[in-house]
Design a protein around this ligand. Structure first.
Ligand SMILES: Nc1ncnc2c1ncn2[C@@H]1O[C@H](COP(=O)(O)OP(=O)(O)OP(=O)(O)O)[C@@H](O)[C@H]1O
Ligand SMILES: [Mg+2]
Length: 236
């Protein structure tokens, strides 16, 4: 594997059971992702975008094929090892947020740090405060998720995905519930992580206005992942 390639997907196939057989979501799916790439993933509702991110994160397993992240073949790892890898290297902004309802916003953010480093330091608490600040959530640190608006919960989900400084960020419609301005702030944050901190990002979106000119565009549909031509005719 070339050293700059942080993620390789090889011949991935995924199906789900349905009455009378199995429905194939995609097959023969191949993709190489280099460090510091910002990939945008398009596709109709139900085409398999979230499934795709779940396979990359090792939350779900393919029927066949391989997911190789940072040189580690995740498909050959035990569930436990995949979980450890995810905690250390992946930041996942879930489409449905996946916040823990019995923990406050601050505790939700501390969780990925506790899992990685066991004990929370003062510095980490400051990091959490800083992240809340950046996402205009400073007034909500002590609130439980069900007391927050949809957009506030989404920003907590963004904060929690980034707090442990992951190398690979998987963002499933991260601005879907945000107003234009707040969405731009979140996108600018993600973009900066790619441009300045060398992070790698795969983002699902339905909003063309969130697509920057540097992004590589792909779409999932008809069981395939395909590069998308840009409007200006430039290859994505
Ligand atoms: N655990 C599961 N068991 C069975 N079918 C599933 C499962 N998860 C997803 N599916 C099916 O796989 C297809 C793709 O789902 P997925 O959530 O990946 O779509 P999506 O592209 O993310 O859609 P959206 O844009 O609406 O979020 C859907 O038809 C869904 O019903
Ligand atoms: Mg989805």
């Amino acid at each position: 594997m070339p050293s700059h390639c942080v993620l390789q997907l090889k011949q991935l196939r995924k199906s789900y059971p349905e009455p009378g057989g199995r429905r194939v979501i995609f097959e023969n799916l191949n993709l190489d992702v280099r460090q510091s790439e910002f990939i945008v993933l398009l596709g109709r509702s139900g085409s398999g975008k979230s499934t795709f991110l779940n396979l990359i994160a090792g939350i779900d397993r393919p029927d066949s094929g391989e997911v190789i992240a940072n040189g580690v073949n995740l498909t050959r790892q035990s569930e436990h090892r995949r979980t450890l890898f995810r905690r250390r290297h992946i930041g996942f902004i879930f489409q449905n947020y996946n916040l823990i309802p019995t923990l406050t916003v601050e505790e939700n953010l501390l969780l990925p740090l506790e899992l990685t480093w066991k004990r929370i330091t003062r510095q980490e608490r400051l990091k959490v405060a800083d992240m809340l600040d950046k996402l205009a959530l400073q007034a909500h640190g002590g609130a439980y998720p069900d007391r927050l608006s949809g957009g506030e919960q989404q920003r907590v989900a963004v904060a929690r995905a980034l707090i442990h400084d992951p190398d690979l960020i998987l963002a499933d419609e991260p601005t879907g519930n945000l107003d234009l301005d707040t969405g731009r702030t979140v996108l600018a944050m993600l973009d900066e992580l790619v441009q300045r901190a060398g992070k790698t990002l795969i983002m699902v979106t339905h909003s063309p206005e969130t697509i920057g000119k540097e992004n590589r565009l792909y779409a999932i549909g008809d069981r395939k992942l395909q590069a998308v031509e840009r409007d200006d005719g430039r290859p994505a």
